[in-house]
Ligand binder design. Sequence first.
Ligand SMILES: NC(=O)c1ccc[n+]([C@@H]2O[C@H](COP(=O)([O-])OP(=O)(O)OC[C@H]3O[C@@H](n4cnc5c(N)ncnc54)[C@H](O)[C@@H]3O)[C@@H](O)[C@H]2O)c1
Length: 337
Amino acid sequence: MSQLKLGVVGLGFIGYLHARIINELPNAKLAAVADTDKDVLEKAKNDFGCDIYDDYQIMLEKADIDAVSICTPDQFHLKPVLAASAAGKHILVEKPIATTLDEALQIKDVIEKDNVRLMVAHLLRFDPRYVRIKEEIAQGGLGEILHLRGKRQNQRTIVERLGGRISMLFYVGVHDIDIVQWYAGSRITRVYAQKVAKFNSAYDSEDCIFFLANFANGSLATFEFSWALPKNFPAGIYASIEAVGTKGAGYVDILEQGARIFREEGIACEYPDTLHWPETNGRIMGDLRDEIEHYADAVLNNKEFLVPTNEVISAIAVIEAVLKSLDTDKAVEVKQV
Ligand SMILES: NC(=O)c1ccc[n+]([C@@H]2O[C@H](COP(=O)([O-])OP(=O)(O)OC[C@H]3O[C@@H](n4cnc5c(N)ncnc54)[C@H](O)[C@@H]3O)[C@@H](O)[C@H]2O)c1
């Protein structure tokens, strides 16, 4: 089997998982990694035996790679994406594509001009639970979609780790905004948002953001995002989604994933991840592996990506409108792109 030679930029929480998965996949080869943190580079050299760079620009110039996976913090996607595109490397970039609509549209223009293939890593498009509901909608099983709901709650530890560097709308909310628009088969046209910022205000962050959304086709959705779950919550995340139509309803609830652990000491109760990136028999399995395997396959064999760039850019337009609604306490029209 031919292999896509990849470099990873940004070896933090998700980037290290990308590197490990690329190293484990049969259709990909981890050729190089780049980060500004020398310790993580040494660890990667030991773990993967790949080339290491403390400057991604030099990696793009020197490393023998066809493509890069960009896993830098949300607001630092633009520069490495533009540099990779200019170097003629195909790109997998973690969600969100960017943190402003202008940057997202700039990325779209540049990759088209440079004739480079880019996919944004929207994990839930590879999650069997979320995909099954989409298939049911596409087959007409739920009839015409009337209303939807997206919910994603994290432990407070996420705010401590990120130190208020980014809104929950970009770090987690973008997942559900994308999926709900995908299910609705229509774009959000208007939003009205409210938030609470008490506990997490110490980190310049919100506790929760809720918003109501109208769609072009007349359906309605609510979104509930929170970073207020206690540190001892038994799962890293509690997310759910629902779509109700004229002929049926579809629900995903990810809290209960089929495995439960109870202990006398330490964390008393745990619902471990069994679908996003579980380690099984020494390998990372699950949605993230499927996403990266798909990316490599699509580039190697010139297939269409399962994540359309236009659709994920529209989620950034929704977030900009939600942020404006929070600032003005008014309903805000979403720019259509
Ligand atoms: N798909 C998912 O479920 C998922 C989960 C977590 C994070 N993410 C996304 O992944 C991205 C990274 O998030 P994270 O939590 O892993 O962040 P992180 O802070 O853990 O890691 C970021 C890494 O980028 C490195 N970095 C920063 N600037 C750099 C530069 N100029 N050159 C090279 N390296 C640089 C940092 O040193 C760090 O190692 C974000 O866009 C986030 O939204 C996606």
